[in-house]
Design a binder for this molecule. Structure first.
Ligand SMILES: *Cc1c(COP(=O)(O)O)cnc(C)c1O
Length: 379
């Protein structure tokens, strides 16, 4: 049997084991050591903009610490893009705050600046100014940063930029992960680069970086003994995982180019097909890493997303629905939502296609064959 074509599998570069071996040889098998500071330096020079990076155990942990550093507390409100992965939202609940969900716009599928401003004005009129905005560059596509940052500044609300899916993407030539008051990266197994599991918080000052590490290491004071005057977390990245990250940083440019090349492959495949449209950047201002290539099925066709997903599955190819919006999730449905049915509709009609940076020509040919077969079944 042919081996399975996965949606977004890990892709090692070759030098990861050298750094992991160093961790073993020096016996730094701990959430401290040279790989952590090395990986942080690599990320800082990749991102530019004088950003400072603190490596953590996950992207979700990074969002949690960003909320804490912004002073978000019980009964505060946090504006959050609804069309995202649940890791963007759960930390709002961890700090006891209330998520207020914002719908997407159709060009980037990310936070709609119009609905954002409506939500801010309405929350203020109800007597509650939101404490933070969590925006996402979903599937690697940069959000409309100029509009969102203008609104955020106008009302004086800090921005947490969830760039978990957008390492290597750029907006107007500036890297995603450098726009927020705090930004968040993820190195989970399915992301652009992986440390098997991990994340990072990106900040602007040394004081913020040190504070992030302080909270991530149980908020221990500077005394010789263990002195604690605040509640902390065990969120630091392990030195073994950071070794994998250092190896991955050697190939990050290739990894981004490989994902973008997958997108060009799909572009050619769907170009002549009016029933299915490939999601692409609305203009040159938005440079996506195309972490996942996504399609939307036309409204008047004889098949739906499940037909495609099932047909792929029968052929041992993994594909998946787009993220189900958070305002439609049973656990979050009682929270406020500002929008129309933009992300609802994307969820109804959208599918993510295999997008691994290690996709081979043979795998592309197989995907092409299976899709052509599918379309001929329904036409
Ligand atoms: C993966 C992801 C996260 C969370 O990252 P983890 O490292 O898995 O905790 C957050 N937001 C988005 C949009 C993601 O895709």
């Amino acid at each position: 049997m042919k081996s399975k074509i996965w949606l977004s599998p890990p892709h090692m570069g070759g030098s990861e084991e050298i750094f992991v071996k160093e961790a073993f040889e020096s016996n730094w098998i701990a959430p401290a050591g040279a790989n952590i500071s090395g990986f942080e330096r690599d990320l800082e020079s990749f991102l530019g903009q004088d950003c400072l990076v603190s490596c953590l155990s996950s992207g979700t942990a990074a969002i949690h610490l960003a909320l804490i550093q912004l002073g978000v507390k019980e009964n505060d409100e946090v504006l959050c893009q609804s069309f995202t992965f649940v890791g963007s939202v759960n930390p709002i609940i961890y700090v006891g705050a209330t998520p207020v969900f914002i719908d997407s716009e159709l060009e980037t599928w990310n936070m709609s600046p119009d609905f954002l401003e409506k939500a801010i004005l309405d929350r203020i009129s109800k007597g509650k100014k939101p404490k933070a905005i969590i925006l996402v560059h979903l599937y690697g596509m940069p959000a409309k940063m100029d509009d969102i940052l203008r609104i955020a500044r106008q009302y004086g609300i800090p921005v947490i930029e969830d760039a978990a899916e957008a390492l290597g993407s750029q907006y107007k030539g500036q890297k995603c992960g450098t726009f927020g008051d705090f930004s968040v990266l993820s190195f989970n197994g399915n992301k652009i680069i992986t440390t098997s599991g991990g994340g990072a918080i990106v900040s602007k000052t040394m004081e913020e970086k040190e504070k992030a590490i302080f909270y991530a290491t149980q908020a221990k004071g500077n005394e010789e003994h263990y002195e604690h005057s605040e509640v902390g977390f065990n969120y630091r990245m392990s030195n073994v995982c950071a070794g994998i990250g250092r190896g991955q940083m050697k190939v990050i440019k290739e990894r981004v180019a490989q994902r973008q090349s997958n997108h060009s492959f799909y572009h050619d495949l769907f170009e002549k097909n009016p029933e299915i449209s490939l999601f692409k950047a609305p203009s040159k201002v938005f440079s996506s890493n195309y972490w996942l290539s996504c399609i939307l099925i036309g409204e008047k066709v004889h098949f739906n997303k499940n037909d495609i997903i099932n047909h792929f599955d029968k052929n041992n190819i993994e594909s998946r629905s787009l993220w189900k919006p958070m305002h439609l999730q049973p656990v979050f449905k009682t929270f406020p939502f500002y929008g129309a049915a933009v992300s609802d509709d994307l969820f109804k009609r959208g599918v993510c296609l295999p997008s691994g940076s290690n996709m081979t020509i043979v795998e592309r040919d197989e995907i092409s064959r299976v899709l052509t077969e599918f379309i001929s079944m329904y036409s």
